[in-house]
Design a protein around this ligand. Structure first.
Ligand code: FAD
Ligand code: NAI
Length: 468
């Protein structure tokens, strides 16, 4: 049987399901095809949500173990039950994925289970788990198939001992020694989880810095803090292979990025986290004449691909691989399909690393401004001088505001500190409204809060910081 739609979306992650909901709201007859058992994509099933659940639980544990005493709180002997912790995580995932199914239903979107494939103009073939196929006729197709782990040649992922983020979110016991390949977002977040629960964590990073793409000064501070917490960093090194010894111990062979200086690290578990790549396998792109670039991304112009009425959003097209970016694109794409003016401001998409302290950023980094030859001013404020941070004994970190030297427009805001992931939305709004640093400096901020550090950093742009 063939069903006829206005829009068929392939992929039910943040890009796909938000596109589907918006299309439904705009009165378009919509279907969302998802091959996974549940909706929500990488983010809800094996990404943002389970990782944050484990980060929260492990942080509570570490806080109780290390900080309670200083506040005069006695707990007796502290221990944790990994199974319960994992159960809580699974509960959050199950609740949220069900919630997405409910939202699709509410907005009259058909949720079609199976692997979707484009079969020419206006046609999507869906094959379900039993191999049964159905053909959907549609005016528009949206590709929202997301991304997958980038493999590392010579290192085979078995999701038990050599794991990707997916395996690292479900380990059955705390590894004695955990080696991370890649000091990016996944490595630092999941490395923090397992370190807090007792693993000895070593990070091997190809570059001579952690968190490439983040503001260099903030990344340097982060590395210092994580090293103090017990993570060990091997920068400027690459992994050349992982092998299992007679006793079952893993050996991770490394050498300097430029070659030579070999060193072998022992590990119980190895986490491969060197980035993600677009997932477009078996999608039938050739049937509509779409070619991917060298790295597998599908190019777009306002989410339109080169093929008529075929659109693309989320991780499988260019830009930051972030859930909210995928979501914003999904909504804007549905609006464009409906003939409206969908828009995404790529300059105001925040990024957060959910470690403790958190790292958050929006807009341009100092390195990017320098490379572009843009004249800018800087204002900074350390949490050490913030009253709430002092009261809470959470003084690591700073806020940095970058503004145009002439117009004072805020160009970038970068922070490291307790809970800054919640604070960065204020800076994103400032960029969205093209605020001047003076606008932030003259906006009343509640006292005593950590957000006052943003205001003080903005005051610092013109040199009239009050509290430092
Ligand atoms: P996805 O979420 O990958 O969804 C694509 C969906 O399409 C999948 O469900 C897949 O099964 C389905 N699919 C693929 N091909 C087909 C097909 N042919 N037919 C049917 N279905 C198909 N981002 C953040 O912003 N914040 C975070 O805290 C964060 N944490 C993360 C933690 C981890 C461990 C990981 C791995 C990622 C994290 N991300 C985070 C990134 C975030 O998960 C992605 O950017 C986001 O999920 C991208 O959304 P998407 O819709 O483009 O793709
Ligand atoms: P990443 O791109 O953040 O970091 C990968 C790191 O691995 C980089 O530092 C890179 O230099 C290094 N690397 C690359 N090849 C290497 C090699 N051969 N040997 C050693 N190091 C090597 O990628 P990651 O951490 O895998 O995350 C993937 C994506 O998921 C990110 O793009 C991120 O956007 C998203 N994500 C977002 C989160 C968030 O928003 N909080 C959380 C987790 C993931």
């Amino acid at each position: 049987m063939s069903e006829s739609y206005d829009v068929v979306i392939i992929g039910g992650g943040p890009g796909g399901y938000n596109c589907a909901i918006r299309a439904g709201q705009l009165g378009l007859k919509t279907a969302c095809v998802e091959m996974r058992e549940t909706l929500g994509g990488t983010c809800l099933n094996v990404g943002c949500i389970p990782s944050k659940a484990l980060l929260h639980a492990s942080e509570l544990y570490e806080t109780a173990a290390k900080d309670f005493e200083g506040f005069g709180i006695r707990t007796g002997e502290l221990s944790f039950d990994l199974k319960t912790m994992m159960g809580r995580k699974d509960e959050a995932v199950a609740g949220l994925t069900k919630g997405v199914a409910g939202l699709l239903k509410k907005n009259k979107v058909d949720h079609i289970r199976g692997k979707g494939r484009i079969a020419g103009k206006g046609e999507v073939v869906v094959e379900d788990a039993d191999g049964k196929t159905q053909t959907l006729k549609t005016k528009h197709i949206v590709i929202a198939t997301g991304s997958e782990v980038t493999p590392l040649p010579g290192v085979e992922i078995d999701e038990k001992r050599v794991v990707s983020s997916t395996g690292a979110l479900s380990l059955e016991k705390v590894p004695g020694k955990l080696v991370l390949i890649g000091a990016g977002v996944i490595g630092l977040e999941l490395g923090s989880v397992w370190r807090r629960l007792g693993a000895e964590v070593t990070v091997v990073e190809y570059l001579d810095r952690i968190l490439p793409g983040m503001d260099g000064e903030i990344a340097k501070q982060a590395q210092k803090i994580f090293a103090k917490q017990g993570m060990s960093f091997k920068l400027g090194r690459k992994v050349t292979g992982v092998s299992e010894g007679a006793g079952g111990q893993l050996s991770v062979a490394t050498e300097a990025a430029a070659g030579g200086s070999e060193e072998v690290l022992e590990a119980d578990t190895v986490l491969v986290c060197i980035g993600r790549r677009p997932y477009t396998e078996g999608l039938g792109l050739e049937t509509v004449g779409i070619e991917t670039d060298r790295r597998g991304f599908i190019a777009n112009d306002h989410w339109q691909t080169g093929a008529e009425n075929v659109w693309v959003v989320g991780d499988c097209t260019h830009g930051a691989m972030l859930a909210h970016k995928a979501e914003d694109e999904g909504v804007a794409c549905a609006e464009r399909i409906a003939g409206k003016a969908g828009h995404v401001n790529y300059n105001a998409i925040p990024g957060v690393v959910y470690t403790n302290p958190e790292i958050a950023s929006v807009g341009q980094t100092e390195e990017q401004l320098k490379a572009a030859g843009r004249a800018y001013k800087v204002g900074k404020f350390p949490f050490l001088a913030n009253s709430r941070a002092r009261a809470n004994h959470e003084t690591d970190g700073l806020v940095k505001v970058l503004a145009d030297a002439k117009t004072d427009e805020v160009l970038g805001v970068h922070m490291i500190g307790k809970g800054v992931g919640e604070m960065i939305a204020e800076a994103a709004l400032a960029l969205e409204f093209r605020a001047a640093s003076e606008d932030i400096a003259r906006t009343s901020h509640p006292h005593p809060t950590m957000t006052e550090a943003i205001r003080q950093a903005a005051m610092g742009v013109e040199g009239w910081t009050m509290q430092a």
